[in-house]
Design a protein around this ligand. Structure first.
Ligand code: GDP
Ligand code: IMO
Ligand code: MG
Length: 424
């Protein structure tokens, strides 16, 4: 059976966690394929909010398998904290949570290296979540990493020590003021490793292959968003993994010809957290309203998210790179009350009007060209049926569908599972 994908099309935080949770009842397996605890996926149901970082967003459904794929990087300390939270809520994950032996492990010194690298960059810093993502993927591609399967081996601590020592020398080389107590960090790390070991480690590509053969339905849950992709994002202000569709193939061992639906998820406006270009960013009262009404603060770091109008140049690009088959529009409710909405339909670039994403999208290179649409006033948060949606919102959605040539099948009108409207 084909594997479906759910991918963020902007700079992350589109609402992936919410929609994966909503879709989980249709799937046997939910699988994360890249990223790590830099992600913060929020789920809201029964009056409670849950934030997941590494654990797939299907974990609250009893009959679903949740797989952490080979492309993911795991920080055992953060993972243990996530498990502790699940324990508090009596979520029985022992049978349903599976970990790939090929997933890489984030060491305490990876986190320190992240901090040293960012400090050394000064003003040019990426705005990393400082979870050690970049350094861990560097060790993966540099063929130095420690994988989940390694911690089952007797001599893995020797390998650990050698790598941690090397990292310490690298931290010294940066010559920046990073205070740390490695002994304390390691005590916490090794304790968390024991917790990790109590879970089921599997050869996940074989598991996925057999599941496909047995007709099981699988949804791959993306982290971050297409514009943070290491190849296709706004480099160097990106994360260190392939967040786009191809990442699901390498991060799970799924063949490209067995990808089915590709759900592309986007906010009705745009947000970004951390550094890097953002052509439609607002610095006025409209941006402030989006941030306030949309509660735009990072689910992992708590940092305020930068806000701006929807950018169709960037969205079109993301749809192309991913082969999106269905679109899901989030946070429509946040735009209620704007008299006029702007949507960027092209960029002015070197004196020309262009509709593709060029190499340089910094402020000095591109100026967004906007189309104005009528806003709506109604409070959408109590709506449950497409027929209740205001005409101006339907016009906004239809405009986007025409521009992107892909149907928008779901409109989300609030953070709760129930605040999800399916369009025919
Ligand atoms: P993810 O990283 O893509 O899973 O997204 P985050 O959880 O980081 O950020 C999305 C935020 O928007 C969370 O606080 C969600 O609870 C919230 N959210 C999701 N969908 C909606 C929606 O339709 N309306 C509103 N107002 N909030 C939403
Ligand atoms: P979810 O899955 C939003 C951003 C960081 C920084 C850059 C690199 O919740 O959508 P990293 O920690 O990977 O070195 O940071 O990427 N970033 C995210 N922004 N949502 C995320 O994940 C993000 N994960 C990383 O803010 O700009
Ligand atoms: Mg998030």
């Amino acid at each position: 059976m084909a594997v479906d994908l759910l991918l963020g099309l902007q700079w992350g935080d589109e609402g992936k966690g919410k929609i994966v949770d909503v879709l989980t009842s249709k799937y046997d397996i939910i699988a994360r394929f890249q990223g790590g605890p830099n992600a913060g996926h929020t789920l809201v149901f029964n009056g409670r909010k849950h934030v997941l970082h590494t654990i797939p967003s299907g974990i609250f459904h009893d009959d679903t398998i949740n797989l952490v794929g080979n492309g993911v990087v795991i920080d055992p300390v953060i993972f243990k904290k996530e498990l502790d939270k699940l324990d508090e809520q009596d979520v029985d994950y022992k049978k349903s949570l599976l970990i790939s032996r090929k997933a890489h492990i984030i060491l305490p010194t990876h986190r320190l290296l992240d901090a040293a690298s960012e400090t050394a960059k000064g003003k040019a810093k990426i705005g990393s979540t400082l979870k050690g993502i970049g350094p861990t993927y560097m060790d993966k591609t540099g063929r130095n990493g420690i994988r989940v399967g390694d911690i089952e081996l007797a001599d893995w601590k020797t390998k650990y020590r050698a790598l941690a020592n090397k990292h310490q020398a690298m931290i010294d080389f940066y010559n920046v003021d990073i205070q740390y107590d490695l002994e304390e960090l390691e005590a916490e790390f090794f304790e968390a490793i024991e917790t990790l070991k109590s879970l089921q480690f599997i050869d996940s590509e074989e598991y996925v292959h057999q599941a496909q053969k047995a007709g099981k339905s699988i949804l791959a849950e993306g982290a971050q968003g297409s514009l943070l992709d290491i190849d296709f994002g706004t480099y160097p202000y990106v994360t260190s993994s392939n967040t786009t569709a191809a990442g699901a193939c390498t991060g799970l061992g799924v063949a490209p010809n067995s990808i089915g639906k590709v759900y592309g998820i986007f906010k009705a406006y745009t947000t970004r957290v951390g550094s890097g270009p953002f052509p439609t960013e607002l610095f006025d009262a409209d941006g402030e309203t989006m941030g306030r009404v949309g509660h735009e603060f990072g689910a992992t770091t708590g940092r305020p998210r930068r806000c701006g109008w929807l950018d169709l140049v960037a969205l079109r690009y993301a749809c192309q790179v991913n082969g999106v088959t269905e679109l899901i529009m989030m946070k429509g409710d946040v735009l209620s009350g704007f008299k006029t909405l702007k949507v960027c339909t092209s960029y002015k670039y070197k004196g020309e009007d262009i509709s593709h994403l060029p190499y340089n999208i910094e402020e000095q290179n591109v100026t967004p060209v906007y189309t104005e649409l009528k806003g709506w006033d109604a409070d959408l948060t109590g709506m449950t049926e497409a027929s209740q949606l205001p005409a101006a919102l339907n016009d906004y959605v239809t405009f986007l569908e025409d521009q992107l040539n892909i149907p928008i099948t779901v409109v989300s009108v609030g953070p709760d599972r129930k605040q999800t409207i399916v369009r025919s």
